[in-house]
Design a binder for this molecule. Structure first.
Ligand SMILES: [Ca+2]
Ligand SMILES: [Ca+2]
Length: 361
């Protein structure tokens, strides 16, 4: 789809003023988990380009003053072992899927106004047919500072933008075969995962894997301030959305594996592109999870979605942040950071990676 849903669905990160806080560096408590991962690697059972993630007890939720309300309360959940892709799904991989299946992504399909209008307030008037053409949302830097509570300033509805033309007509993915695929709707990510014999991670699995076996740390690499370490992830240095100082070398996507992996060997769990999870998003889901004497096991999220910022639009969870994240906007690179997006919306900063269950589990 779609113009209006996308416009109403734009990621409404609450503006967060940079405040790294007084986090205490902890010795990683991950030796046992890493040892288990290493031992499993010797079994020869791991699917290509994936790693084994040991099961364990995840302390899930916000770790510092930047954490938003929906990251609390921090609570324990039990996770079973699984495999996860080492990196985000690339253009090369997605092209192979499309070549074999002739799959057409949501951003490439005709827009169904009747379907779209069901999610919109009743007084929204149908836009002209000239706008209701296949497309997607592309980031456009502003000329100067703008209010950060209105993403319409930097997202441009672009007819013809899709995974093959990430910046719109005239652009292409030549030379970007190893970049993460973008303009992927949740439905597209699931279609790829099914084809590959995999599935999308749950939100809890994603956070467990991103933490790399370390408890209560802010980023996949630990607590070293992201602002002092542009060599650790592809994010936005400078003031968003007008001044990108490019200290990490990438304005939009970077080829996968351009930055160091986390202790589990996973790349870009912070930044590059947001990654779809299987869960519906509810702002109060963690509060619902925090039941006394109850230990949620492999939680799969709520049965329905609710985002008070856009109550009429169901949303799925996305994780990990993108090349657009920084501390003056959304700090999406924090491992606990939760974000949400309409399942039928693709952006040029959203992609995915897959997981797979162990045989017999
Ligand atoms: Ca960057
Ligand atoms: Ca990522």
């Amino acid at each position: 789809m779609n113009f209006y849903t996308k416009c109403f669905t734009l990621l409404l990160c609450a503006p967060l003023i940079g405040c790294q806080g007084e986090s205490t560096e902890k010795e990683p408590d991950n030796n046992q988990l890493l040892e288990e991962q290493k031992n499993f690697a010797n079994t020869g059972q791991i699917p290509p380009d994936m790693v084994y993630i040991p099961g364990g007890m995840l302390n899930m939720g916000g770790d510092n003053e930047q954490a938003d309300q929906d990251e609390f309360p921090k609570h324990q959940v039990k996770i079973s072992p699984f495999y996860i892709d080492i990196a985000e799904v690339t253009n090369r991989e997605f092209a192979a899927f499309v070549q074999e299946t002739n799959y057409v992504t949501v951003a490439e399909r005709a827009i169904d106004w009747e379907e779209m209008s069901k999610q919109l307030p009743p007084d929204v008037v149908k836009p002209p047919d000239s706008l209701l053409q296949p497309g997607s949302l592309v980031f456009r830097a502003t000329d100067g500072p703008v209010p950060l509570d209105n993403p319409a300033y930097w997202w441009a509805w672009t007819i013809g933008a899709n995974w093959r033309q990430p910046e719109g007509p005239g652009s292409n993915i030549e030379g970007k075969e190893d970049h993460p695929v973008v303009h992927i709707a949740w439905e597209d990510a699931n279609a790829f995962a099914k084809w590959a014999g995999k599935r999308l991670p749950t939100e809890a699995e994603w956070e467990w894997a991103a933490r790399g076996g370390q408890e209560d740390l802010i980023y996949p690499w630990g607590n070293d301030d992201v602002n002092d370490n542009p060599q650790l992830a592809n994010f936005w240095q400078g003031m968003f959305p007008h001044d990108n100082k490019l200290e990490d070398g990438f304005y939009t996507t970077a080829p996968i594996k351009s930055f160091p992996p986390n202790p589990y060997g996973l790349y870009d769990m912070a930044g590059n592109v947001w990654e779809w999870c299987s869960d519906w998003y509810r702002h109060d889901y963690y509060a619902l999870s925090d039941r006394p004497r109850s230990m949620p096991e492999n939680p799969r999220g709520p049965t329905s979605s609710f985002d008070p910022q856009e109550p009429t639009i169901p949303k799925r969870v996305i994780r990990g942040g993108s090349f657009l994240c920084n501390d003056n906007y959304c700090s999406g690179y924090r491992v606990a950071r939760r974000m949400k997006s309409s399942p039928d919306s693709g952006f040029n900063h959203t992609g995915f990676r897959c997981v797979q269950d162990l045989a017999g589990s």
